[in-house]
Ligand binder design. Sequence first.
Ligand code: NAD
Length: 301
Amino acid sequence: MHVLITGGAGFIGSHLAEFHLRRGDKVHVVDDLSTGQRENISKLIEHPDFIFDEADILVWDEFEQAISWADRIYHMAAVVGLFRVLSDPISVLATNISGCERLLRFLHKSHWNTKLIIASSSEVYGNHPGNVALNEKMDLYVSPDMNTRWNYSLSKLADEALGISYARQYGMDITIVRFFNVVGPNQTGKYGMVVPRFVRQAVEGDPITIFGDGKQVRAFMDVRDTVEILDRLCTSPKSKGEVVNVGNVGEITIESLANLVKKEAKSDSPITFTPYHEAYGDNFDEIYHRKADLSKLNSLI
Ligand code: NAD
């Protein structure tokens, strides 16, 4: 099988690339290395079935050709991470929406039996009221003050709308996955991801900095499970044209997470609390509870 991975030098993309090479597939990765890292794919570069192009999918000349070569496409390329979303709100919209739209346009011109997975995010649920597990039938919330913090969520929602529209209008085989918090090797803490940031701070003996009061609840999933789930979704005929949560059920507060990392790293780092406005600037909206209802995922795979 021929597999194209946009953003394949990033965290989840690099695990997908390894998974498919191990299985004997041919893998083509395109990544502009904006948040992805060459080290994530350095072990794969010499593999005879691996191709890497350092390119921006917004302007990449060979995108159409790469799409028509593929039997399966994972669209992972996006501007991600709260630090980047807050510092560069325009490129979040431009890259995330235009990149996805360009991909869909080329895919529609080539053959339509290619399976496409589009990465969306639990961020689209916004600040859903109440402490409930989020399911795909729920309304999605956007803050009334249109803080640019929501640009990421809006861009992912636009990608979902694009994907659903191409699937419905042309019968293309597209599945949209709303990732909750994925963690594992190759993830960087540079752009705001909490687990690698805490781990680095604990290992280097720096203060482990909790943003806010630490009572925020998250459920983290191992990237190896993510990869396996995406593969199963691709082979499930029922997943065609669907939007589905991909996450885990085990919940933890951010304060407990900091304590867990400190214990596992046998670290003497103090745990400190930084107010949101110092970490992210004024008008920051936090999402307090984020946990997934996984019934739909379970029914599909
Ligand atoms: P990542 O930053 O490691 O991966 C994204 C990759 O896309 C990077 O390698 C980056 O260099 C590349 N990229 C960005 N713009 C590009 C462009 N114009 N052209 C080519 N490549 C480009 O992040 P990740 O955690 O692996 O996320 C993968 C996908 O999953 C993203 O779409 C993200 O929004 C989504 N997601 C991830 C999580 C999570 O917990 N990791 C949660 C929700 C959604």
